[in-house]
Design a protein around this ligand. Structure first.
Ligand code: EPU
Length: 424
């Protein structure tokens, strides 16, 4: 009988103390893929120990490259890959596997990468990645569910995105750094994870200008060399712990983070009644038990992140009034709504707009997580729900939060992990 982990919470504890924020999942994944661009040894510090990092590790190992993870230090010993391929089994568990496409085509002139398909909350196309690579001269066709790309040497071009896609910006950047001539990426994503990737590529010898803006200009070079870096703090883990603290009327200091990465979240939390103090690498959040209702609309960086939408909804579920939460990045990322309702939340959903009427209390129940951020939202709700909440299928949470239950336990939460036999 298959066995899966679940998390059990008994709500009602005020969170207090200090928590260390891990390195960013969405920053480390493209940096790992960038190691395909030059042979030699790469050392990455502050690497979060997550399922998605292991998936990217396996993907690179399958190409004949060795990778070691020792504590939070990851080393990649890059060499020309034996198979320029990302198989379906891995891509289906992690969409970010698509990040190997750009470096493989850019350096080796060939790649066979499975199409990611849908994810738990709907279709997420990769047309911008494909169109961008085609603009750079790659020949691309689809074969049995795979993207098959080939090229001699890519040629610099103007790539203008309809949407400032994070993944497509990262992929095109990694493809064009070794292209002949100049590439201009217009309407590029400005997310900190892309800024970190571009900075890292420059440390490898790339010539990227305009980093942090929506117009990137890249002068192709003939060769790159390995580099080392520390992974930036995870801004979504930061936001999740901030929301958890405010939800429980807590007093929590977050360490090894960066307030500058989460300004949009801090602004909203202040309006929601939290008292926040910041230093360079720390944030302290103190709250009494009142949570003011605050509307949010997700948008690209530096706007309010879609990856915090579900957690914000958990917070608003017990606010003193009604709030409106709109997701403009994904129109159907709302699988947490039905589960939050099982805990007593009053939420109505119309397309991509949720109206949340705060209730006095939530009450514990068995719930099931269906994706990473939905799981985080259910855990937050479980922290304040009366009685016991069982959150099943937490393998989703292990994709993006390092030992979340241990970090919450240290802050005083009653939460533990158990194995659950799956009846099929
Ligand atoms: N889009 C297209 N065509 C494309 C690519 C994207 O239409 O070719 C659309 C998407 O469907 C979506 C929007 O553009 O509506 C933005 O998608 P984007 O490409 O920016 O997202 P991503 O690169 O696939 C990354 C993060 C996500 C995060 C989004 C938005 C990684 C590994 N993933 O995804 O993180 O939600 O940016 O900020 O960086 C998470 O961590 O839980 C997560 C889902």
């Amino acid at each position: 009988m298959p066995v899966l982990d679940k998390l059990i919470l008994v709500g009602g504890k005020r969170l207090e103390g200090t928590v260390q924020i891990s390195g960013s999942k969405n920053a480390v994944l493209p940096i790992m893929a960038a190691s395909l661009l030059a042979d030699g040894t790469y050392t990455f510090g502050n690497v979060p120990r997550l399922r998605d990092v292991r998936t990217m590790q396996k993907l690179i190992e399958n190409m004949g490259i060795s990778v070691t993870l020792d504590g939070h230090t990851l080393r990649i010993y890059s060499q020309p890959c034996e198979h320029c391929e990302a198989p379906y089994d891995q891509v289906k568990t992690m969409r970010a596997s698509i990040y190997v496409l750009g470096p493989l085509v850019g350096r080796f002139g060939r790649a066979r990468v499975s199409l990611p398909g849908g994810c738990a909350w709907g279709p997420r196309p990769v047309n911008l990645h494909i169109d961008g690579l085609t603009r750079l001269g790659a020949k691309i066709h689809f074969e049995k569910g795979y993207i098959v790309a080939s090229a001699r040497r890519l040629k610099g071009a103007r790539v203008s995105f309809d949407i400032p896609s994070v993944g497509a910006t990262g992929n095109i950047l990694m493809a064009c750094v070794l292209a002949r001539g100049t590439t201009v990426i217009e309407n590029a994503a400005r997310e900190p994870e892309i800024t970190a990737l571009a900075g890292f590529l420059n440390r490898m010898g790339a010539r990227i200008e305009g980093i942090g803006t929506s117009r990137l200009e890249i002068e192709g070079v003939d060769e790159l060399h390995p580099a080392d870096t520390d992974v930036i703090p995870d801004r979504i883990e930061t936001g999740t712990f901030l929301a958890a603290s405010h939800l429980t009327g807590g007093d929590v200091t977050l360490e090894k983070t960066s307030p500058a990465l989460v300004n949009s979240i801090l602004d909203k939390l202040r309006i929601a009644g939290a008292e926040i103090t910041e230093t360079d690498e720390q944030i302290r959040i103190k709250s009494d038990r009142s949570i003011r209702p605050v509307d949010v609309t997700t948008s690209v960086y530096p706007g309010f992140p879609t990856d915090m939408q579900a957690q914000w909804m958990a917070l608003m579920s017990i606010a003193d009034g009604s709030s409106v939460i709109t997701d403009t990045i994904y129109s159907d990322r709302f699988t947490h709504v039905a589960e939050l309702r099982r805990l007593g939340a009053n939420i109505t959903l119309d397309h991509n707009v949720a109206v949340v009427k705060g209730v006095r209390t939530l009450s514990g129940a068995p719930v099931m997580s269906t994706d990473l951020r939905a799981s985080a939202s259910l855990i937050l709700a479980g922290l304040v729900a009366k009685g016991r909440t069982d959150v099943s299928r937490v393998y989703h949470i292990d994709r993006g939060y390092e030992t979340i239950e241990k970090k919450l336990q240290m802050l005083g939460a009653e939460i533990w992990r158990e194995q659950e036999k799956l009846v099929v």
